[in-house]
Ligand binder design. Sequence first.
Ligand code: ACO
Length: 361
Amino acid sequence: MSEGLEDVVAARTVLSEVDGQAGRLIIRGWTLDQLVGRARFEDAVSLLFDGFFDDLPREIGPALGEARVAVFDEVSALDDGLLKLEPVEAMRALMARLPDGEDLATALKLIAAPAVFLPAVVRLQSGEAPVAPDASLSHAADLLRMLHGRAAPEGHAEALDAYLVTVCDHGLNASTFAARVTASTRAGLTSAVLSGVSALKGPLHGGAPGPVIEMLDAIGRPEDARAWIEAALDRGERLMGFGHRIYKVRDPRADALKGAVRRLAERSDRLPGRLAFAESVEAAALAILRERKPDRPLDVNVEFFTALLLEALAFPPAAFTGVFSIGRVAGWIAHAREQLTSGRLIRPQSTYSGPAPLKAA
Ligand code: ACO
């Protein structure tokens, strides 16, 4: 039995390879370095969907723009009850209104949905009216415009594209596995994506970047990093943004995102200082983790610089997990299609350790 299923291979995939020893991520034959900064999110969707839909257009952007416009109607279903939820939970509830299906139209609506619903939730929660999508913009530019109510400043859509491409797929991570399990029952793409969102939101997976900001804010000054981190570890807490099940070295996505933050920092007065502070916390954390866990290589993961990048793009920390789902939904759908077309029903076994039945008197 392997409780966390480590070392268990449960799928054959053409989508992505996570090499935990080399610290390398390949997405359909491209390394992360080859994609980030060059591909837009739309290109990543086309790359992942290739071969999984017969009617995939050469340029997916216009169809994705129309899908954003089509799903915007659902925003009117956001009532006071839903708006009391965390943004990712309210976003998920709206996504559950979309019908299940296996076709490209369903897939495009599911890609569009989190990018339209999350900004609407965030705006309504802060008392502002939702902004309708503009089909003529790129997915990243439109998302930022729907969030902030104005065109994104120069460089911001490119930075968000870098993020969305970086997180679009990552082997058989927990949320992708959840999506594949659901797809394997033939429940449909919406159900598979909802399984993915639900698994993603936990703090051990995609829920970590919000707490990274809390950690940085609680530390406050570089000289206080060591004491704060030591105290957190003494309380038995985990440092958010560090450690990974597969990567035994640095998560390559961390540096891809750090590069995107650096590019943004060139146009900002405040960001260079914030980045330098985060790097000092990173260095302190790595040194302390090495001292305390010399046998377990613990390095920085994608979430640490996700937090910095999304903060720089003025997403509220409560929405960070939802933004992760806006990128990863592309991978969930491709994996769901792959599971359906070439995989079997996923149905492992368990070992019973409960009481034996009572013997009849
Ligand atoms: N801070 C402190 N100690 C840690 C951390 C951490 N971030 N991560 C692992 N450890 C310790 C564990 O306590 C454990 O120590 P022990 O053997 O003395 O109990 C040892 O390192 C091994 O940890 P595992 O639990 O075996 O690691 P696992 O592979 O299960 O966990 C995980 C991976 C969940 C990502 C973990 O590193 C963690 O909780 N990190 C913080 C949350 C986080 O950043 N999540 C985002 C991950 S990236 C993503 O999913 C997109």
